[in-house]
Design a protein around this ligand. Structure first.
Ligand code: SAM
Length: 281
């Protein structure tokens, strides 16, 4: 009998988001958007904001970069853009569903190393000009990530990290994810890497949470109300059982998506979104 493999709920969330936004907006990017220069925070503008994020990232690549390892390549949106600009790109992807999407979007020449960055093996001679973590850094074990990334670089090669971290603001954030910034700074100091550029883009990325808030209020809430109303009237006993059985899950959805707590303000309090360009000796 085939061994059962548990599907990670974060992966399910990413793929569900990908399907939804791809269907309605035609975007296959899985990163936040960059809401700068007065771009209105509307779901229709998400593809433009995501494009601005990709352009921002790529505009910081040094000129001597030709080969890139895209760690956590998602559905291949960035890799496809980089390939079209003449870079040679390989990806790392632990998610079979996202790898499939990435391969079909970026094409057969895009080599994907399947597995977690922590586990993937590279041949000793395989060296890149740059190792890039675009919103994937937070998923990877902190105490090994920079050492392994450095070992994959040619001398003078670069690491790009664009992701959010946890601040030490008191209280509990409704938005999960991110390494503790203070711990990351320690790991970075100990790594021997040179920091060539460092930018705080929290202000430009926080509006993504206002978008999530709008979607909860204007899409998820009315849909759940409609389902609840129909269920309660047509199947009262089943409805009672369901609400009792899944009360914890429903409370969680309520708190996470419908309470209005997921917004730009709380993101900017509990998270710091940073861009880093690092270089090894
Ligand atoms: C938010 S998505 C970002 C995707 C893409 N880099 C982008 O900018 O659109 C996070 C990515 O990290 C990947 N990921 C999660 N855990 C990982 C790990 N341990 N090693 C490598 N990638 C990982 C996920 O599969 C997903 O592709």
């Amino acid at each position: 009998m085939a061994k059962e493999v548990k599907v990670d709920s974060k992966e399910v969330g990413l793929v569900a988001g990908l399907n939804l936004f791809n269907f309605f907006l035609g975007t296959k990017d899985l990163h936040y958007g960059l809401w700068n220069d007065g771009l209105d925070v509307t779901v229709q503008n998400l593809p433009e904001a995501q494009k601005r994020y990709s352009d921002f990232l790529i505009s910081h690549f040094p000129e001597d970069v030709k080969t890139i390892l895209d760690v956590g390549c998602g559905a291949g949106g960035l890799a496809t853009e980089l390939l079209s600009r003449g870079y040679q790109v390989q990806g790392v992807s632990p998610s079979p569903l996202l790898s499939e999407a990435a391969q079909s979007q970026a094409g057969d020449d895009f080599k994907i190393h399947h597995g977690r960055f922590e586990d993937v093996k590279f041949s000793v001679n395989e060296k890149f000009d740059m190792v890039m973590f675009s919103e994937s850094f937070q998923y990877i074990t902190l105490n090994m990530v920079l050492d392994k990334a450095q070992s994959l670089l040619r001398p003078g090669g670069y690491i790009v990290i664009c992701d959010f971290f946890k601040t030490d603001a008191p209280g509990k954030s409704v938005v999960g994810g991110g390494h503790k910034f203070i711990e990351f700074q320690k790991v970075l100091n100990d790594s021997g890497l040179n920091v060539l550029e460092e930018k705080d883009i929290t202000k430009e990325t926080a509006p993504n949470l206002d978008l999530v808030n709008q979607m909860g209020r204007d899409l998820l809430l009315p849909t759940m109300k409609l389902i609840g109303y129909t269920f309660k009237n047509n199947r009262p006993w089943l409805s009672k059982f369901f609400t009792w059985k899944f009360r914890k899950k429903l409370d969680k959805i309520d708190y996470k998506y419908l309470s209005g707590e997921r917004n730009a303000e709380s993101f900017a309090k509990y998270k710091i979104y940073k861009f880093y360009l690092l270089q090894r000796d």
